[in-house]
Ligand binder design. Structure first.
Ligand SMILES: [Zn+2]
Ligand SMILES: [Zn+2]
Length: 568
């Protein structure tokens, strides 16, 4: 069985914030690392890329008097470096929508589904000065409901009502301020209607698909699917390949979704194995996992499956679409303009990336919106990571060194509590697997922490530091079992905290790159020699929260210097 891991493509107009990161890329990375341990590296491919086309970036480029490509080149380079080097995201291919492989794949794909594509005429707002059709949010004017003078054509920011550009009083172009005119234009539409029943059947019979995804997809299908506009009247994008569509581009949403396929193709092309990408897309032979924010559910649970079905190439539909709810920051929405939140180029200047990776997964909004607070972040690092995991590892490796010259002791006549904990190790590995494979990463880590707490309680109950003086056999049994438990705990945490888990493995005298998920069900071999103990985690100091404002101010100044122009 092949495993495809796909993360939503970040739009490169801004640096992702922590809420974006946990919703897609970090979650996908944790899953990809898990899947490689469970199913073997060669059976897993993890793809994503920069989504860089479309009107928002084109308009930004017009404002700055530069080409859109020069803006997205900078942004793509900056984001890629952050993902790969700073955040340790283990992409097999992180590409971009400007990639030639992607552009030609999209053209070919759309020509292949042309029987589901039709042309319709529409009237849309057009700015004669900028020579541009204006997307809804680039028309501004007075809200007809509340009188707010700076309402956008899609929504009023004051009263929150949904709008269309034609409802606005005194509409004007958001770029230059002149009133737009209505101009007729033709657009190409992808007809979703023929796929209603297949999508309904697929989504209702997908055993591991999360309920929030099923619910949203079914409500779309029940309301009746409609043709969706596939083209846009702008120039920054992939030229629409249809006869008569000169000057139009493909709507970014359609092409970014096809990026999952083109990025897989590009990965294998680079390896000189051009045809192998199909192994990761063939229905019945692959399980595919998509990590996205909840606002993207309709695109992944309705539009992508419809396109895959339309191609008639037997492509696999998604197995699991893991769609997170929202992460709030200290009770508020992340906001770039109001500087509310932490961005992914800021966070690593505040504390180590593995701490962030762990606490973000622990705050992952799996069932409801979650609220990031510094108090909770501190609690997670200090109590879960440092106390529950770090102290446990340190105690066990120290005692194996002190009482058994660094050798895993030979177990003899294991008692009931010993055997119980040994069997809990195997159970936990299986339970975490099944949580992860339902897209529940926070849920999975909860089980790992439970095992750590049980192992701590087991140590306290069995007190090998006393027993070593009176009952060596019992102390041996205890440290044999506890060492096997910390090895499994480190393995299960590896997808979340790869650097720290590797340190624990080093201290256990083991090589994480030689490890597999199911290996850890077997206890460690008696006589195996462990390394020397050193603390793996540190607590955040008590004054951390008090000095936070100062720390954040310094970090923001530093980041301001590093960020490329488009991203400021
Ligand atoms: Zn209003
Ligand atoms: Zn204008």
């Amino acid at each position: 069985m092949k495993i495809l891991v796909a993360s939503a493509w970040p739009y490169v107009q801004s640096v992702p914030h922590l809420g974006n990161l946990i919703g897609s890329i970090l979650s996908a990375d944790v899953f990809a690392r898990y899947a490689r341990l469970k199913y073997g590296k060669e059976n897993v491919v993890f793809v994503s890329g920069s989504d860089e086309h479309g009107t928002p970036i084109e308009i930004e480029a017009i404002k700055r008097g530069v080409s859109p490509k020069s803006l997205t080149d900078q942004a793509h380079e900056y984001d890629t470096e952050l993902f790969l080097k700073t955040w340790n995201i283990s992409f097999d291919n992180y590409t971009r929508t400007e990639s030639e492989v992607h552009k030609s794949f999209v053209k070919e794909f759309l020509l292949g589904v042309s029987k589901y594509i039709k042309v319709e005429e529409e009237e849309l707002p057009y700015c004669e000065k900028d020579k541009l059709f204006l997307p809804d949010r680039f028309v501004k004017g007075t809200c007809p409901y509340c009188g707010f003078e700076d309402a956008r054509g899609d929504q009023c920011d004051r009263c929150g009502r949904l709008l269309t550009p034609s409802l606005l009083i005194n509409p004007r172009c958001a770029i230059c301020g002149t009133p737009p005119v209505n101009r007729k234009t033709k657009h190409w539409f992808f007809d979703l209607r023929p796929f209603s029943e297949s999508i309904r059947e697929w989504i209702t019979s997908s055993p591991d698909m999360p309920e929030n995804v099923k619910g949203t997809a079914l409500s779309w299908v029940n309301e009746g699917l409609k043709p969706r506009s596939l083209t846009r009247d702008n120039s920054w994008g992939i030229p629409a390949p249809f006869p008569g569509a000169e000057g139009k581009t493909i709507y970014v949403w359609f092409e970014a979704l096809l990026g999952y396929l083109s990025a897989t193709l590009e990965y294998f092309q680079r390896r000189g194995e051009t045809e192998r990408w199909r192994e990761f897309w063939e229905n019945g032979k692959v399980r595919s996992y998509y990590f996205i924010g909840k606002d993207n559910i309709p695109f992944h649970a309705v539009i992508l499956p419809a396109m895959l079905l339309a191609s008639e190439k037997n492509y696999a539909l998604p197995t699991v679409i893991a769609a997170t709810e929202y992460l709030m920051y200290e009770g508020q929405k992340f906001s770039k303009s109001r500087k509310i939140g932490i961005w992914i180029d800021e966070a690593p200047l505040i504390m180590e990336v593995d701490y962030w990776r762990f606490l973000l997964i622990r705050m992952r909004p799996e069932e409801k919106d979650m609220n990031f607070t510094w108090t909770e972040a501190t609690r997670i690092v200090n109590s879960e990571l440092n106390d529950d995991v770090g102290n446990l590892v340190n105690r066990v490796i120290t005692m194996v060194n002190r009482y058994f010259q660094g050798k895993i002791p030979e177990p003899r006549n294991l008692g009931e509590v010993d055997r119980k904990l040994l069997s809990r190790i195997g159970q936990t590995l299986d339970n975490v697997s099944s949580m992860f494979e339902k897209g529940k990463l926070k849920g999975g880590t909860e089980l790992v922490l439970e095992l750590a707490r049980e192992t701590n309680a087991y140590l306290n109950e069995k007190a090998p530091w006393d027993k070593i003086k009176t009952d060596v056999e019992d102390a041996s049994n205890t440290l044999f079992v506890a060492s096997s438990a910390i090895r499994a705990i480190a393995l299960m945490l590896y997808p979340v905290i790869p650097e720290k888990a590797k340190m624990i493995y080093d201290q256990l005298g083991l090589d994480i790159t030689q490890e597999s998920w199911d290996n850890a069900k077997e206890p460690l071999k008696p006589g195996h020699i462990v390394g020397k103990p050193t603390p793996v985690f540190k607590k955040l100091p008590p004054e951390f929260e008090k000095n936070l404002n100062e720390i954040l101010e310094k970090v923001r100044k530093e980041v301001e210097k590093r960020r490329p122009a488009l991203l400021k």
